[in-house]
Design a protein around this ligand. Structure first.
Ligand code: ADP
Length: 391
């Protein structure tokens, strides 16, 4: 049997199929014509499905999708968008009631509030009005009380809100005409989705309390599996429900974007290879692309510390990497201070995860095992979620 995971990211979509042994069997990707157009997402969805090799289509039993969290729109009762999409980076992204107020202004026929994933699931199943508690968090779903926040429960809003279930829950079988058109297994079920960053967490292979995933992308993002719910709005720290556990997350403004201010990716590889990770850092750098930090320190005027600047590029890069490793260590310490369980192992994803010298520097700061992610593709995480059907 095969399981399809689909990742809808910021500029394109990716598909991965795994088998019963959770091995990656096939993958492909495409880009959107227009990133904020639901019809472009739908086109990408069916382009990816059309690319699945024939022998895999017949054995496909489950599908799950992840999307950018906070991306929402309103549709009518035939799932046609009737508002522009509010993207994940919209200024109101963190304010659920304000978002709904904006969306519902001047709209008649509004029937469903949909996250990106819900819109795609509705295309596949012809069922709407159901979503998952990962995507719904930023829309104002209270993941501890398992209900929508009171401010959304007005008569005007409540009728638009989906019923919320666990990510990975079966919604329905594929629409018959879709299964027939693409020669897909007629019994293939579509499951509620998750967000792209949680799918990437699952893909990394973290499964137990104390396991963490550090994403070394443009910014530094930490996620830690904990028994305890943790939230600190001023630090941007919040917790997703993850089965019986909590997935606690925090994001620093440090990260690869600072490295890109000084080095090309090729230079990063060349200079990193010449770093001796066992040597201690000399300075107390706090690399930031511009002033201001939220986590682990909350200070909108926090100044980057990048001096003294050594003449030698290799020494400079070593100091930058060590500075970020210190912030990572302080970040996990902050999560624990806020009430999360101790970190026992860190898996690494993102562009910086290819750097073995950095990994060694980080292991020294963190003083626990630091390993590479099992897989860095969010689509793999969605495929795993579809197969395991539990979160
Ligand atoms: P995002 O999706 O957040 O933009 P990626 O996960 O694609 O980021 O990672 C890109 C970042 O990885 C860049 O900012 C770059 O500086 C960093 N990066 C690329 N190669 C290396 C390397 N060898 N060592 C450290 N960082 C690297």
């Amino acid at each position: 049997m095969y399981y399809l995971g689909l990742d809808f990211g910021t500029s394109g979509a990716r598909a991965i199929i795994i088998d019963d042994a959770e091995q990656l069997i096939w993958s492909t990707q495409t880009t959107y014509h227009t990133a904020d157009s639901p019809h472009s997402w739908r086109d990408a969805l069916f382009e990816l499905i059309a690319a699945i090799p024939a022998p895999l289509r017949a054995g496909l039993t489950r599908i799950a999708i992840d999307g950018t969290s906070g991306t929402v729109l309103l549709t009518d009762d035939s799932f046609e968008p009737i508002t522009p999409v509010l993207m994940y980076n919209h200024p109101l992204a963190g304010q659920p009631a304000a978002k709904l107020t904006l969306l519902t202004k001047n709209t008649a026929n509004a029937r469903y509030l949909m996250h990106q994933v819900d819109y795609l699931n509705a295309q596949l199943t012809s069922v709407a009005g159901i979503s998952d508690y990962h995507n719904a968090l930023k829309s104002g779903y209270d993941v501890r009380a398992l209900k929508w926040q009171a401010e959304l429960c007005t008569p005007e809003f409540a009728r638009l809100l989906p019923t919320i279930v666990a990510p990975g829950t079966p919604i329905a079988k594929l629409q018959r005409r879709i299964a027939r058109h693409y020669n897909l297994n007629a019994n293939c079920t579509v499951h509620t989705g998750t967000t792209d960053s949680i799918a990437a967490f699952i893909a990394a292979g973290a499964t137990h309390i104390g396991m963490a995933v550090t994403s070394l992308g443009s910014t530094l993002v930490l996620k830690l599996l904990s028994q305890h719910y943790v939230a600190s709005p001023k630090h941007g720290v919040y917790s997703h429900k993850f089965g019986n556990l909590w997935l606690v997350g925090g994001a620093s403004n440090t990260g690869g974007a600072v490295l890109r201010q000084f080095f090309t990716d090729d230079e990063l590889i060349t200079y990193s290879a010449l770093i001796d990770p066992s040597q201690p850092a000399l300075y107390d750098y706090y690399p930031l692309p511009s002033p201001g930090e939220r986590f682990p320190v909350c200070d909108p005027n926090y100044q980057p510390r990048l001096t003294p600047r050594p003449d030698d590029n290799i020494v400079f890069l070593h100091e930058l990497l060590a500075g970020m490793a210190r912030i990572e260590q302080q970040g996990y310490a902050k999560l624990v201070e806020l009430g999360a369980d101790d970190v026992t192992q860190v898996l690494t994803a993102g562009g910086g995860s290819k750097n073995p010298q950095w990994q060694a520097i980080r292991a020294r700061f963190l003083n626990i095992p630091v390993n590479s992610a099992l897989c860095s593709d969010a689509a793999f995480g969605s495929a795993l979620m579809a197969k395991r059907q539990e979160l």
